[in-house]
Write a protein that binds this ligand. Structure first.
Ligand SMILES: Cc1ncc(COP(=O)(O)O)c(C=O)c1O
Length: 373
């Protein structure tokens, strides 16, 4: 039997191991100069004024909702075809998620659907750059008017919309979970352009304490502090950031390999019956190919996944539609989302990671062709 091909695998080299070891030897392992370095590099990549490193993307969404004052009685518009973390944060804030349908081919939110769901209570709109393809931000911003748009950019490291990196304009939340295009083991980043707002997030990130701990403990520094508003404990460590700095420097190489693999899949699977391949947005964009999500249309999905497993090939499910999760159904009842529903029972993510060699890519193509035949 051929060797197992996982759905995803972090792309970690000697440089990452050396960078983390250096921090371990330095005597300062929590939030410090490495986090500052990662934030500066990330803000440069995105073209945003500020970037704030965190323990996860989920923590980022939590802080943004908190700083925007989103709570009971408020509504937040987001697709159901996304990871549950955003919906959890909406509900935990005391607000109500309002789901919008996606386009069946691209799985990206339909701006016209957003417009239809806006009410007096809408306090934020959270589009998702699904699988690394950008949502149609011009149309979404036009629909949003003055309502804040928070971009779920967990999949969008390296994604560009009409020539600009995702997150240069609106608040955007990125994730460095190990499956993502770059990783810090766990971690996230919020980017934004409003200095006062980003400063508020920085305080909320670490107990509400005004100065960074690494500056409080230096020689001759002032160890006192004050807290004007209580905060959380969402700071990234320098161990993680050191990993992130090296990973970020490789983003072009990583995404070029991901793109090559996705192109091979698109060619190699184009004539396979019973399989819908990911559709691409019609507008100018750069895809970061975080995921390669196919829809199994003839064979049932369980049989397709079972056959992949028999051939020693990994797969993923991104995502179970959020409006069908038990607690969400209890909270808001049935919702009619035709394209989401149609896609939700068929989607499967094929293996896609930069360390996949050409033989493994061709094996996946061969096996998928054979299963669908
Ligand atoms: C679409 C989406 N949003 C948000 C998140 C949350 O990111 P994190 O795992 O860093 O909290 C993830 C992934 O994990 C995701 O896929």
């Amino acid at each position: 039997m051929s060797e197992f091909i996982p759905m995803s695998r972090p792309y970690i080299g000697r440089e990452e191991i050396e960078a983390v070891s250096e921090v371990l030897r330095s005597g300062w392992i929590t939030t410090g100069p490495k986090c500052a370095e990662l934030e500066e590099a990330f803000a440069r990549l995105v073209g945003a004024g500020r970037a704030l490193s965190l323990t996860s993307g989920t923590a980022g969404m939590h802080l943004v909702f908190k700083a925007l004052g989103i709570g009971a009685g408020d509504e937040v518009i987001t697709p159901s075809m996304t990871f549950a973390s955003t919906v959890n944060q909406i509900v935990l804030a005391g607000a109500t998620p309002v789901f919008v349908d996606v386009d069946y081919d691209t799985l990206l939110v339909e701006p016209s659907e957003i417009e239809k769901r806006i009410t007096r209570r809408t306090r934020a709109i959270v589009p998702v750059h699904f699988a690394g393809a950008p949502a149609d931000m011009d149309a979404i911003e036009a629909a949003a008017g003055d309502i804040p748009v928070i971009e779920d950019a967990a999949h969008a490291i390296g994604t560009r919309y009409k020539g600009r990196h995702i997150g240069w304009k609106n608040l955007a939340v990125f994730s460095f979970h190990p499956i993502k295009n770059i990783t810090t083991a766990e971690g996230g980043m919020v980017t934004g352009t409003d200095d006062a707002f980003m400063e508020r997030l920085r305080l909320l990130r670490f107990h509400g304490i005004e100065r960074d701990a690494w500056k409080r403990y230096g020689k001759g520094s002032d160890p006192t502090y004050d807290i004007a508003e209580p905060g959380y404990k969402y700071n990234m460590t320098d161990l993680q950031a050191a990993l992130g700095v090296v990973q970020l420097a490789k983003i072009d190489e990583i995404n070029a390999r991901r793109t090559f693999i996705a192109q091979r899949y698109l060619q190699g699977l184009s004539c396979v019956g019973g399989l819908d391949l990911p559709g691409l947005p019609a507008y100018d964009h750069t895809h970061s190919w975080h995921l390669f999500v196919v829809k199994v249309t003839s064979l049932g999905r369980p049989a397709f996944m079972e056959a992949l497993a028999e051939h020693n090939i990994g797969y993923g499910l991104h995502f179970p539609a959020c409006h069908t999760l038990s607690y969400v159904r209890e909270l808001i009842g049935e919702v009619d989302l035709a394209a989401t529903q149609e896609a939700a029972g068929k989607i499967v993510s094929l293996p896609l990671y930069p360390g996949m060699d050409d033989t493994q890519v061709e094996r996946v193509i061969e096996v998928v062709r054979e299963i669908c035949r």
